[in-house]
Design a protein around this ligand. Sequence first.
Ligand SMILES: Cc1cc2nc3c(=O)[nH]c(=O)nc-3n(C[C@H](O)[C@H](O)[C@H](O)COP(=O)(O)OP(=O)(O)OC[C@H]3O[C@@H](n4cnc5c(N)ncnc54)[C@H](O)[C@@H]3O)c2cc1C
Ligand SMILES: *[C@@H]1O[C@H](CO)[C@@H](O)[C@H](O)[C@H]1NC(C)=O
Ligand SMILES: *[C@@H]1O[C@H](CO)[C@@H](O)[C@H](O)[C@H]1NC(C)=O
Ligand SMILES: *[C@@H]1O[C@H](CO)[C@@H](O)[C@H](O)[C@H]1NC(C)=O
Ligand SMILES: *[C@@H]1O[C@H](CO)[C@@H](O)[C@H](O)[C@H]1NC(C)=O
Ligand SMILES: *[C@@H]1O[C@H](CO)[C@@H](O)[C@H](O)[C@H]1NC(C)=O
Ligand SMILES: *[C@@H]1O[C@H](CO)[C@@H](O)[C@H](O)[C@H]1NC(C)=O
Ligand SMILES: *[C@@H]1O[C@H](CO)[C@@H](O)[C@H](O)[C@H]1NC(C)=O
Length: 510
Amino acid sequence: MVLSVSLALSLRLALLSALRVRAVDPIIRPASNHSCFSACSLLAERFPSQVHSSGTPLYAAFEGSFWSLQQAETPPYCVFRPESAPEVSAAIRTARQTQCLFAVRSGGHAAFSGASNAPNGLTIDLRGLNEVALSDDNTIAHIGTGNTWYEVYSTLQPSNLAVIGGRVAAIGVGGLTTGGGISFFSNLHGWACDNVQNYEVVTASGDILQVNISSCPDLYYALRGGGPNFGIVTRFDLFTYPLPQGLMWGGTLAYLMNYSSSILAAFTDFGMNVQSDPNAALIVAYAYYGGQYLASVDLEYAKPSADPTIFNSFKAIPWLQDSTGIKTLANITLEFNASNPSGLRETYWTATYQLNYTMASYIIDIFIEETNPVANATGILPACVLQVITTDQLSQMSKYGGNALGLSSTQPLILLNLAYMWENVEDDKRIIQACQNIIKRTVAKSREWGLAEDYLYMNYASQFQDVVPSYGKENHEKLLDVARKYDPEGVFQKLQPGYFKLNRNPKSSR
Ligand SMILES: Cc1cc2nc3c(=O)[nH]c(=O)nc-3n(C[C@H](O)[C@H](O)[C@H](O)COP(=O)(O)OP(=O)(O)OC[C@H]3O[C@@H](n4cnc5c(N)ncnc54)[C@H](O)[C@@H]3O)c2cc1C
Ligand SMILES: *[C@@H]1O[C@H](CO)[C@@H](O)[C@H](O)[C@H]1NC(C)=O
Ligand SMILES: *[C@@H]1O[C@H](CO)[C@@H](O)[C@H](O)[C@H]1NC(C)=O
Ligand SMILES: *[C@@H]1O[C@H](CO)[C@@H](O)[C@H](O)[C@H]1NC(C)=O
Ligand SMILES: *[C@@H]1O[C@H](CO)[C@@H](O)[C@H](O)[C@H]1NC(C)=O
Ligand SMILES: *[C@@H]1O[C@H](CO)[C@@H](O)[C@H](O)[C@H]1NC(C)=O
Ligand SMILES: *[C@@H]1O[C@H](CO)[C@@H](O)[C@H](O)[C@H]1NC(C)=O
Ligand SMILES: *[C@@H]1O[C@H](CO)[C@@H](O)[C@H](O)[C@H]1NC(C)=O
């Protein structure tokens, strides 16, 4: 009997409770650190109920709140939970004064250790910044960075509005939007970072700025994809779009692998032609589960119309399971959330190529070839996810003076996301090696075929990948200039080492 992907994933969920317990194992304790002892004591004096240290229940709950086990396993000296921009400013000033290393956490979905949890350092947990409010004329939603997208969409639903953000309930507003942000509505309106009217930012000096195209065009540009290198965003003012009752159409089709060539042909064709109906969105994923590879295709449509014709070629391929239907945006993000459990070891990797059927097939072949030898790792769920950066998305990137991503292609691109989950630390090395091999081999082939594209998507990149330089020389230099102006001492480069820095990847910084 064939297990469908979703069924397989829900069975998996039942097995995960034991692993979650491991995420809050009190055996792992932070080492002592004089700088961070001072930082935590100073903050605790001013904000006694908002600083949590090892051994307290709130600290343990915090450690258990990360998506990946690798992040949960690198505990901070203390956690500070600011509730306003001035309190975030106090945290930055304190970290500078004491020279304590820090990390900033929004939704906690970055996969690798240290990305949003500072080992032995100060972790600034932004989840208390959870405003969701509409402007008087309903054109702008003021969104605190500590929200998850489920909270955002379900709060806006009664006003018949949506914003451009994540597709999975528990993802944070902060990380997704500062790195780019692909939405179900990106063919209509662009990426999340292209739909921010104004950022409220705490800079390295502790100043609180309103950053928009009129007030600080250079910093506004840099925040559109440059990641956490310029300041801590406390509020995003996002353009709203009508979505009556939150209703749209979407779901997943699962297929056996012998239909792969038809699936990839439909994927390529969709990517070439989706400008004919930009309401449509598509994610194609291949995964190994229960001894076999399966394909699962997510189809979404920005209106509550059943079976839009643009997806006919997918519906025509014999499927195992079809969960498409008219649903709310918030409910679709919950369905996705259920297949992305927390508490496992995780790695994400990325690459970009020109859209081409032969390239897509090659990626899947290499994914299978490199995954087979690691497929015996306990609890492994490897996925190879293909999306198209469409010409509509690319043209939206030049709105409001352009973003920092350096995506200047006029042709559609394939965006690859390798996403592997597994259980045991003993398997880390060979799984990471397999992912690295897939990236190396497919990128080399794309060069040989004239289909190479340098761009690395921050939100899907591994700690070994050099994201910011991949934006191209001109953007990289502009970003360095903006950082020199707003952070002349390099606070975000030196004291916040954990994520993608302007000149180095997270791995090389420790
Ligand atoms: C299950 C799953 C589903 C996903 N779905 C999508 C999707 O639909 N579309 C998409 O584009 N991406 C998606 N991603 C990728 C996602 O965008 C990244 O993992 C992103 O970093 C998550 O943001 P976060 O706030 O949850 O993470 P965090 O780990 O909290 O933050 C990530 C990084 O951003 C920094 N940061 C966070 N908030 C701020 C802030 N306010 N100011 C400055 N720096 C900040 C953190 O310090 C950290 O370095 C998904 C990832 C997962 C695991
Ligand atoms: C302790 O803090 C100092 C200054 O921030 C830093 O250089 C050092 O690496 C920290 N030690 C640990 C174990 O984190
Ligand atoms: C832009 O920033 C300025 C000053 O920093 C602020 O007064 C103004 O309200 C901001 N504009 C928007 C649209 O948020
Ligand atoms: C794919 O495999 C299934 C199950 O083995 C079989 O029923 C179907 O006919 C095959 N289709 C093609 C196109 O090979
Ligand atoms: C959304 O989910 C809720 C809770 O499961 C359910 O009651 C509601 O009917 C769903 N709405 C739609 C439109 O699917
Ligand atoms: C999303 O999934 C995570 C991990 O399984 C879970 O802890 C969280 O409650 C879910 N979020 C929502 C809004 O359902
Ligand atoms: C897993 O498979 C690899 C290669 O196929 C093999 O070398 C290794 O011994 C296997 N490991 C386990 C734990 O079975
Ligand atoms: C895809 O790329 C290959 C290699 O460059 C090329 O031979 C082929 O013509 C391309 N396919 C299409 C449809 O452009």
